[in-house]
Design a protein around this ligand. Structure first.
Ligand SMILES: *[C@@H]1O[C@H](CO)[C@@H](O)[C@H](O)[C@H]1NC(C)=O
Ligand SMILES: *[C@@H]1O[C@H](CO)[C@@H](O)[C@H](O)[C@H]1NC(C)=O
Length: 627
């Protein structure tokens, strides 16, 4: 490998020097358009033709992904950058609408198209529960809630809706879905995981078919990336390969200790489903497996993922694919344009430490995806789709998803003593808790900003608004964020109280939590209200948290996860009995953190509520034939 270095070096220097003059010259004298532009040829023919025209600098540029905040036209053109992304919270302006997003992405595209070969960029975003960086987009429940709903058709529909909202802003690529199998809720990304159970994660991987479209079975080679070419689907990225949810103590990006069969059966199997559906890319995990960093793990990335599983899309990492910039790629220095990556990689190739075939493998895979999704034919945003952002039909779908994701954990002390369904005609009711009237808190992390945050951060319906819209006009609804004894005494005649409490938003390592206790104000609200008024407690959280001390004090208990922008209507649909509860725990609800990790099948299994638990109110399903 080392000895071929100088020869490659000279060849590449030649390419770098003359390539830039030669090809435009040929085009200028009226040569036919290059084969890679011929949509009549196969993707592979076009890839090979394009690859054969690229200089080393263009190949490395193609492998480079930069944040939108550093993507100046000069940078995009000078380095022939292949991909631009926005990290969580990175937006063209604070409340940019669909048009502003599309204008920005089209602007990057115009720079890319003006380069020598005119290879369009692939613009990516973390659309992990809807198109969540964009104000006004529909925010769906986070994955843990969808794992509770356990409905493949539902996630497929959510995938389609999310793809449309992304296309409304001109964005063709999402860093989703997260196929982590979270084995320890102390992990700050546990809510991005559908379940502790690999089978549930496998079935929820079906969201890929919604986002990308379903490949026609006959034409589709196993492992070949597929995105429906109609311009309303988006490329996806299954993440984080592999073992991200298995780290010791649930510490983010830490070490997963497992033998290969365990790693395969628990953490890798969902990737087989993703690859079979034509997933476009796979993100390497920053965690380690038995002490070896995943993104340096040639055995798992090359031997297992590419060769054995047959994956033919591209791997996103700080080495083979793209640089880690932005929140998901946190350790990156936001280097002016990543010059470090580009010059380091160039040096490594020129000195023979990285073979050109390795570079070409990566570039071939990236070009393949760009051609599959039709970027060369249709690089610009389709402005006719701008009305799809936050479309009413998508909000209705999100409301349905909320409804199906709710898990009823307790309902009174036995037959005849149920609190739910709640009466819509009580003369007075209490609503309490800081999560009851706050869009930001009900959406959680990865919402408008990277970590999410409280307040009126985007459009939606709060739980208080959902309750007010459901009860009779004569019902008095008394609300307090943090009720004290006086408030409760003054309203002790209320028929019932709905207490909405939970975790504050967080993302990634910042959400790692060794204690998993409710915030102090939440405990105070539960104990103050539930002592005097019959109460339903709705828990807004990204994972099971310590609840055992309070279960006896509450009359009814619902796990609502991180339900998103349509939480208000979706929760009201169920607590007032228009629909029954159908969600089942996608995770074991532990009693004490000293039991963790504790998953279904463990010898020391002694949960507060077991995996799969979920009560119902025995309400007959609504009669759809009459409507
Ligand atoms: C895991 O976390 C510990 C404690 O923070 C740290 O010392 C160690 O380096 C981490 N291991 C890996 C593989 O990241
Ligand atoms: C929240 O923001 C939306 C628009 O961003 C606005 O229509 C709505 O009135 C705001 N609600 C409150 C309570 O401020």
């Amino acid at each position: 490998m080392g000895r071929s270095g100088p020869i490659f070096g000279r060849l590449l220097a030649w390419y770098l020097f003359f390539g830039a003059f030669f090809f435009p010259l040929m085009a200028a004298v009226g040569a036919p358009p290059p084969r890679y532009r011929d949509a009549g040829l196969s993707v592979e023919e076009r890839v090979e033709d394009l690859l054969s025209r690229m200089t080393l600098a263009e190949k490395i540029g193609q492998m480079t992904q930069i944040d939108r905040s550093v993507a100046s036209p000069e940078a995009l053109i000078q380095f022939a950058i292949g991909s631009v992304l926005n990290g969580g919270g990175s937006a063209p302006s604070p409340a940019a609408d669909a048009t502003e997003w599309a204008d920005m992405i089209d602007g990057f595209q115009r720079s890319a198209l003006s380069t020598r070969l005119g290879i369009p960029i692939l613009y990516g975003t973390d659309a992990v529960h809807g198109h969540n960086n964009v104000v006004g987009a529909t925010i769906f429940p986070h994955n843990i809630g969808l794992g509770a709903a356990r409905n493949e058709k539902l996630v497929e529909r959510i995938g389609r809706a999310t793809a449309l909202e992304m296309r409304a802003t001109g964005c063709p690529y999402t860093f989703a879905p997260c196929l982590a199998v979270c084995r320890d809720p102390r992990w700050g990304r546990c809510y991005e995981s559908y379940s502790e159970d690999t089978e549930v994660v496998r079935s929820m991987a079906k969201i890929i078919a919604g986002l990308q479209g379903t490949p026609p079975p006959r034409d589709h080679a196993r492992g070949y990336p597929y995105v429906h070419p109609w311009g309303r689907s988006v490329a996806t990225c299954a993440k984080h390969f592999a073992g991200d949810g298995g780290t010791t103590g649930g510490v983010n990006e830490n070490n997963t200790v497992a033998d290969y069969p365990d790693l395969f059966h628990v953490h890798i199997r969902p990737y087989l489903d993703a690859v079979a559906m034509g997933v476009s890319s796979v993100m390497a995990s920053y965690s380690s497996w038995n002490g070896v960093k995943m993104h340096a793990n040639t055995y798992l990335l090359t031997r297992v993922l590419k060769q054995e599983i047959g994956f033919q899309g591209f791997v996103v990492s700080d080495w083979e694919g793209v640089d880690r910039i932005g929140p998901d790629y946190k350790n990156s220095v936001k280097l002016a344009i990543n010059a470090g990556f580009i010059s380091d990689l160039t040096d490594l190739v020129l000195s023979g430490q990285v073979t050109i075939s390795r570079i070409e493998d990566a570039v071939r895979r990236i070009l393949r995806v760009k051609l599959v999704i039709g970027l060369f034919e249709r690089p610009m945003a389709d402005r006719s789709l701008s009305g799809m952002l936050g479309h009413a039909a998508h909000r209705t779908l999100a409301r349905e998803a909320v409804r199906r994701s709710l898990v009823l954990l307790k309902n009174g002390e036995g037959r005849g003593k149920e609190l739910l369904p709640l009466s819509k005609t009580a003369s007075k009711i209490v609503v309490a808790g800081i999560h009851a009237d706050d869009i930001g808190l009900q959406c959680g992390g990865w919402t408008i900003t990277w970590a999410g945050g409280p307040g009126n951060t985007t459009h939606g319906t709060t739980i208080l608004e959902g309750i007010k819209a459901s009860v009779s006009r004569r019902t008095e609804v008394v609300f307090s964020e943090e009720p004290d004894e006086h408030f409760v005494a003054a309203n002790a005649d209320a028929a019932y109280a709905v207490v909405v409490v939970g975790e504050r938003p967080y993302a990634e390592s910042q959400g790692d939590d060794p204690v998993l206790t409710l915030p102090r104000e939440a405990v105070r609200t539960i104990t103050t209200v539930c002592r005097r008024i019959r109460c339903l407690v709705v828990v807004i959280s990204g994972r099971p948290i310590v609840l055992e001390p309070y279960v006896g004090a509450v009359d009814a208990l619902v796990a609502a996860w991180l339900p998103g922008s349509e939480a208000g209507k979706g929760i009201a649909d169920v607590i007032f009995g228009d629909y029954d509860f159908t969600g089942r725990l996608p995770r074991t609800w532990f009693r004490r953190v000293d039991q963790l990790p504790m998953n279904l099948g463990d010898a020391h299994y002694d949960p507060l509520f077991p995996f799969g638990f979920g009560l119902s109110m025995n309400i007959p399903p609504p009669d759809l034939s009459s409507s």
